[in-house]
Write a protein that binds this ligand. Structure first.
Ligand SMILES: C[S@@+](CC[C@H](N)C(=O)[O-])C[C@H]1O[C@@H](n2cnc3c(N)ncnc32)[C@H](O)[C@@H]1O
Length: 215
């Protein structure tokens, strides 16, 4: 498998966090769901639901069936919400952080989301193509590595597939949108709120990546 970002996460994100585990509950209350998930130290968004993740989950349309992807699942709030909204779909929850993957798997089981598969990125079979991708991506990887990561996974969208990315404006959401458009993707900013952008990304289509005020 030509998986150029296999090494990408090693610089910033730890495969095995050294910080001692101390699970903390997080309440996820949106889209008619009332979930109690466990977070942990050494995993993104300890003891809370990230604001960007919440905005993403409140913005995206009901997910399609088929193969869905949560790129960078953390403790699993995106993968699990999407899985419960689309029980016939299979949701691949990927992370390089093993503690995150274990949490996501346990959280999915605890809330009855049996259609979540939490695995490292290189465990996804090469022939899987996604009908939708959801991500609060690891922007702190740095520009080149984030671009490599997104280039790889967005190339695995089905022809009619769609990706939704949430990125903070001050962490480069508009620059990322412009880069995606330059790569030949269609990019629409479908929400701009509290400093976050939700980008809708498709294979070649109309782009609208200019910045504007929050709404
Ligand atoms: C901004 S966090 C989002 C976590 C979770 N989806 C949430 O919303 O709380 C990004 C996640 O991407 C993961 N990550 C970093 N590099 C990655 C890579 N190369 N492939 C997949 N996930 C990666 C990080 O470990 C982190 O959990």
């Amino acid at each position: 498998m030509t998986y150029e970002n296999r090494h990408v996460a090693q610089h910033y994100f730890t495969t095995d966090p050294e910080v001692a585990s101390r699970p903390a509950p997080v309440r996820v209350s949106l889209r008619g769901l009332e979930l109690q998930l466990q977070s942990d130290r050494g995993v993104f968004a300890y003891a809370h639901l990230d604001r960007g993740t919440e905005i993403l989950l409140r913005t995206v349309p009901d997910p399609p069936d088929g193969e869905l992807l949560d790129l960078g699942c953390g403790y699993g709030p995106i993968a699990i919400t999407i899985a419960l909204l689309a029980p016939s779909a299979r949701v691949w929850a990927l992370d390089v952080n093993r503690r995150a993957l274990e949490l996501t798997a346990r959280n999915a089981t605890a809330v009855g989301a049996a259609n979540v598969t939490a695995v490292p990125p290189d465990a996804v079979p090469d022939d899987v193509a996604f009908s939708a991708i959801y991500s609060n991506p690891p922007v702190r990887l740095g520009k080149a590595q984030l671009q490599a990561l997104l280039r790889y996974w967005l190339s695995r969208l089905q022809p009619e597939g769609v990706a939704y990315l949430v990125v903070q404006r001050h962490l480069g959401a508009d620059t990322l949108a412009a880069w995606l458009a330059a790569e030949g993707f269609g990019v629409l900013r479908v929400r701009s709120r509290q400093g976050y952008r939700v980008l809708e990304v498709r294979h070649g289509a109309t782009s609208d990546h200019h910045g504007d005020r929050d709404s």
